[in-house]
Design a protein around this ligand. Structure first.
Ligand code: SF4
Length: 761
């Protein structure tokens, strides 16, 4: 698949990966990008309100805010995320008049993202070459007309990206369900779906069980399949605090990421002039998709240690009283095939025993993870096995211990809590019926992959994207482009341009919305919105900047406006009142969503409130039998034929999801380009390639090949047999039909590829 800008990409390999993260360079890069986008005064005004109690929540990741906020309570990548949104650049109607769709289609994602904030609702009429301005009323009427033309409400797809506020998300799901569909796919389908599925099964709730304070109090922290230095940078501050209190950290990753090794905290002298704080005490360079065998082996070795000294490793009382499944698990572990485990994990028994000793010696153990664990076929099994480790040792439901899936999008967890899911349970749907007086659909809707198939197969004709960049955040890019282009209408609620505005249905709409940084004035006065972070803290976010254009609407106002245009009036659905005053919508949320009682009052408290989590709060488990479940997870891993590599797609340090801040990845020694593939020197020698070669990446799946052209080979200390390259470029290699068992998540972290010399054409 030819991709825009592939010929011009001039990536350079500047040297070995860095061994520390942040420091003064982090501040310098953040300031340079912020000043370029916002100018000095706006930079100061904006960044000093970021993550502050009466300020706005960072639109980046979902790492929680500490009780005591620093003056600069943000990281390098948080500053970049805000600078992208608060940029003074504008994409106004004159911009769209200058750039036809065909022209925009030839531009790189980086170029599209730098064109600035979209200022007016824009319409691409059927057969038109350019977007043209449209009024909000006409836009809502057009969408309503297309929705009414559908044979069934299931002919529409309502996608949500994780930046959407709780209020907008709740209104959005209510609108879709009042229309008659559960087609509510979201970016969670592509990220932590496996975490939710596994944890719900094992402990009765699909969310992490630790607070920020727990991380700081833990004495043993495993960071698995996560690159916090780039994707959750303020986590390094919490790890530093834990380290300084004596904690031991185990990093498990195919790549020696700088943010796992050492942290130079720019808010501390040691981080400015000193060597900073060493993080990982043990680095396990696991093979891609080697985490399940690793944790099975760890549990086996913990069992061996327990048998050697009964009661010193396992929390026997907890296991007997509150857990089920121990005998079956012990039998499974006793049958463990060590050679298979070592081969699949890429680790030796000695290395595994080092980690075992740290866990067995710990009183308060936390396991943190992210996409490196969740985007595989066997991710649900892997996360269940991690839960086994913590349950066996009693590290669930006590201070300083527990499970910690770290969310990568500021409100992705909140959106799910608000009902953005294609398979909400009957209890939730019953409450919608009782509170709003309509019968919601009960049949489960499409998740992200099913939504793509429905558009591809011509059963879905209208796509609405609430934020995000569906066209390239999803797998199998060529298939997704064709699917979107087969629809009658694509609608994108966005702040800035991206590929999804260029890959359109027969006609398309861009509905420009307010950003998180901007004041949200409605008839009822200035509004606040709320978000939920990875640790279930719900707090208010108050935009402070003047909107980028007077023609913008908030996400919530867009949903309410569309609902008034498309739905017949229902007494319980008070769209105008909710648009005018979000607190009235929150009163309804409090009636429907458990844990949100007194919602409006509690978000007035500094820092908001924390939602209930039975395992964390009372060591109780809302599973059918009120027990925590140990599980047996057969050993699986991806088989890689000779001469092939197992590719993981990942972010560069100058990227957030599909938003490209800049073309550098300084922690990994790469600059001025993105079309690189990182491979171990020993594998390059074996494959007959060398650093600097230009190759095509050819994905092989079920006899079907997918090709991404023109990548520069980078000799890199990755685990043997593995490779790494950036998405969205390499999402084109991820097969649509290759998804996680029990999650439906595309397997973006384990793609079998071969390298082929690139033939210039
Ligand atoms: S750690 Fe995440 S939430 Fe915090 S400032 Fe950085 S990107 Fe934003």
């Amino acid at each position: 698949m030819k991709q825009p800008g592939q010929e011009e990409d001039r990536a350079e390999h500047t040297g070995p990966p860095k061994e520390w993260a942040a420091g003064i360079p982090g501040v310098a890069v953040a300031m340079e990008l912020s000043l370029r986008q916002m100018g000095p005064a706006r930079t100061a005004r904006t960044l000093l309100r970021l993550n502050q109690v009466h300020g706005f929540d960072c639109p980046g990741c979902a790492w929680p805010d500490p009780q005591d906020r620093a003056v600069a309570e943000f990281c390098e990548n948080g500053a970049k995320a805000v600078a992208e949104e608060a940029t003074t650049a504008r994409a106004d109607p004159t911009f769209f008049a200058r750039h036809s769709l065909a022209d925009l289609a030839e531009r790189t994602d980086h170029w599209l993202g730098k064109t600035g904030r979209i200022t007016h609702p824009m319409h691409l009429a059927p057969g038109a070459s350019h977007y043209a301005p449209i009024t909000w009323e006409a836009a809502f009427a057009l969408i309503a007309e297309e929705l009414h033309a559908l044979e069934t409400p299931d002919g529409a797809i309502f996608y949500t990206s994780g930046r959407t506020s709780n209020e907008a998300a709740f209104a959005y799901q209510l609108f879709a369900r009042a229309l008659g569909t559960n087609n509510l796919p979201d970016c969670s389908n592509m990220c932590h779906e496996a975490s939710g599925a596994a944890l719900t099964e094992v402990i009765g709730i699909g969310k992490g069980s630790v607070s920020l304070e727990d991380v700081e109090q833990a004495d043993t922290i495993l960071v698995v399949g996560q690159n916090p230095g780039t994707n959750h940078p303020r986590m390094l501050t919490a790890l530093e605090t834990a380290k300084r209190a004596g904690a031991r950290i185990v990093a498990v990753n195919p790549l020696p990421e700088a943010g796992l090794m050492r942290f130079k905290n720019p808010q501390k002298p040691s981080g400015v002039v000193g060597r900073g704080t060493p993080l990982a005490d043990l680095f396990l360079q696991v093979r891609v998709n080697g985490d399940l065998p690793l944790f099975k082996a760890l549990n086996k070795r913990l069992l061996d240690a327990e048998r050697g000294a009964p009661g010193t490793v396992f929390d026997r009382a907890f296991l007997e009283e509150q857990c089920v499944g121990l005998p079956e698990l012990e039998a499974e572990l006793d049958a463990l095939d060590w050679p298979a485990v070592e081969a699949a994990s890429g680790l030796t028994r000695a290395e595994i025993d080092q980690a075992r000793d740290l866990i067995a010696g710990g009183e308060r153990v936390i396991v943190c993870w992210a996409m490196g664990l969740t985007q595989h076929k066997n991710s649900v099994a892997t996360i269940r096995e991690i839960a086994n480790t913590l349950l066996l040792t009693g590290n669930i439901g006590k201070p300083g211990a527990g499970v910690c899936p770290v969310r990568g999008h500021s409100n992705v967890q909140g959106d799910r809590t608000m009902g953005i899911w294609e398979q909400m349970d009957d209890a939730f749907l019953d409450r919608l019926r009782d509170v709003f007086g309509f019968e919601p659909p009960r049949e489960h809707g499409h998740d992200t992959v099913a939504a793509i198939r429905a558009m591809r197969d011509g059963t879905a004709h209208v796509f609405v994207g609430m934020g995000g960049n569906f066209a390239t955040a999803t797998p199998d890019t060529e298939a997704v482009f064709a699917a979107l282009q087969r629809t009658r209408l694509t609608v994108q609620v966005s702040t800035k341009l991206n590929r999804s505005h260029v890959v359109t249905g027969e006609q398309a709409l861009i509905l420009p919305c307010l950003g998180r940084t901007e004041r949200d004035e409605q008839a009822g006065g200035e509004q606040v919105v709320t978000v939920e972070d990875s640790m279930m803290d719900v707090h208010a976010s108050r935009g402070r900047l003047a909107p980028a254009s007077p023609h913008l609407k908030s996400e919530t106002a867009i949903v309410c406006g569309l609902a008034r245009a498309a739905l017949a009036p229902v007494d319980g659905l008070r769209w105008q009142a909710w648009e005018d005053d979000y607190s009235m919508l929150r009163d309804r949320i409090a009636e429907v969503v458990p844990g949100f009682e007194d919602f409006n009052a509690r978000i007035e408290q500094p820092g908001g409130f924390t939602l209930p989590h039975p395992p964390r709060d009372t060591r109780t488990f809302a599973t059918p039998d009120q027990k925590a479940h140990l599980s047996v997870n057969p050993l699986t891993s991806v088989a890689v034929p000779p001469g092939r590599l197992l590719l993981q797609t990942l972010r560069s340090h100058d990227q957030y999801n599909t938003t490209i801040y800049a073309l550098n990845d300084r922690y990994r020694g790469i600059k001025a380009g993105r079309r690189v593939v990182m491979v171990a020197p020993e594998d390059l020698a074996a494959l007959g390639h060398a650093d600097g070669d230009v190759v095509d990446l050819v994905g092989e799946h079920d006899g079907v090949e997918r090709r991404c052209e023109r990548f520069r080979v980078v000799s890199y200390p990755t685990a043997r047999g593995c490779a790494a390259a950036y998405y969205p470029e390499t999402n084109a290699l991820v097969p649509l039909d290759s998804v996680g068992e029990g999650s439906g998540t595309p397997t973006s972290k384990s793609i079998v590829i071969r390298l082929e010399p690139h033939a210039e054409r």
